[in-house]
Design a binder for this molecule. Structure first.
Ligand SMILES: NC(=O)c1ccc[n+]([C@@H]2O[C@H](COP(=O)([O-])OP(=O)(O)OC[C@H]3O[C@@H](n4cnc5c(N)ncnc54)[C@H](OP(=O)(O)O)[C@@H]3O)[C@@H](O)[C@H]2O)c1
Length: 282
């Protein structure tokens, strides 16, 4: 299988490159292939004729995006649109990654988001990622959109930050009223591989690790697994209102994985993903 990977220096891209190492890979970063440049995308895909394009490129700075709508839209909407147009023309399968931020995040905590639930993004990042999904639906035929959340892996991420702070400080406050699923980039890359190998039906899927938690409980589990005790660093729960950020964070980011599980894809629990990550990073 010949696979074109965009955004090749990003956190997910690194896991994708490793997972698909046996395949014929064409890995590109923004200098080699800027996905916002339709002409360049067309030229590139025509030259290499990939069976699959895995789009790991995105504008991911959630807070910065609030002041940067034009660039976020260019990368998160126009980029995927260009890839969709070209993938369709050259009969390539397009794999794209989206986010829980396409939802409003205000669903009752008794409920979890299904793929087709109403979208109501409240941040520039979420709005532009939703526009990217819609552009793919309109322009591509053979596509997968994998919505993920709370991603960590080889790059700056929440787990790395908490480990550093936990070893430096004796007290940390962490938000305890936002609910979601931490997702190891290696597990997401494997979900993508399984989807392609098993040829599951094209469409949109929720793809995080299994199980739900809060940032507070996630931090407690990171510390438990890494051997950082309460005496070393106390973790104190706080509310979202006590921790205001430029972009509003969803309180409910919990997404159902039934659709992808029913398609035969196997997904590990989030604590298991964390354990394997800490074996490398901890
Ligand atoms: N991280 C999370 O918690 C999270 C949660 C939900 C969904 N997601 C989604 O998961 C996917 C992967 O995220 P990630 O965390 O791996 O992101 P990342 O580490 O920020 O990587 C994104 C990559 O895209 C590159 N890029 C930016 N603009 C580009 C362009 N015009 N053309 C080509 N490449 C470009 C970036 O290069 P520069 O660094 O040089 O700009 C960077 O290497 C994204 O679609 C993201 O929206 C992430």
């Amino acid at each position: 299988m010949k696979i074109l990977i965009t955004g090749g220096k990003g956190m997910l891209a690194k896991a994708v490159i490793e997972r698909f190492a046996q395949e014929e890979l064409i890995v590109t970063d923004v200098e080699e292939l800027d996905i916002t440049n339709l002409e360049k995308v067309e030229e590139f895909v025509e030259n290499c004729s990939p069976d699959v394009i895995i789009n790991c490129a995105a504008y991911t700075a959630v807070d910065k995006a609030e002041e940067d709508l034009a660039l976020a839209r260019k990368i998160n909407r126009d980029g995927p649109k260009n890839l969709a147009i070209v993938a369709k023309k050259h009969h390539s399968i397009l794999v794209h990654v989206s986010t829980d931020y396409v939802f409003g995040g205000d669903l009752s905590l008794e409920e979890i988001y299904q793929e087709e639930d109403a979208k109501a993004p409240v941040t520039v990042y979420g709005i532009t990622k939703l526009e990217g999904e819609e552009a793919i639906k309109e322009n591509a035929e053979q596509y997968y959109i994998f919505r993920t959340a709370w991603l960590y892996g080889d790059g700056n991420n929440f787990v790395r930050t908490m480990l550093k702070l936990g070893r430096e400080k004796d007290r940390l406050t962490v938000v305890a009223d936002q609910h979601g699923s931490p997702t190891y980039s290696v597990d997401l890359a494997d979900i993508i591989a399984q989807a392609l190998e098993k040829k599951i039906p094209y469409g949109i899927y929720h793809t995080t690790n299994l199980g739900f938690t809060t940032w507070y409980e996630f931090t407690k589990e990171i510390f438990r697994q890494a051997g950082i005790s309460d005496e070393n660093c106390e973790v104190v729960p706080v509310t979202s209102e006590e921790f205001i950020r430029p972009a509003k964070r969803p309180k409910n980011s919990m997404m159902s994985k039934d659709k992808i599980l029913n398609a035969g894809v196997i997904i590990p629990e989030w604590k298991d993903g964390l354990r394997r990550y800490l074996e490398i990073e901890g």
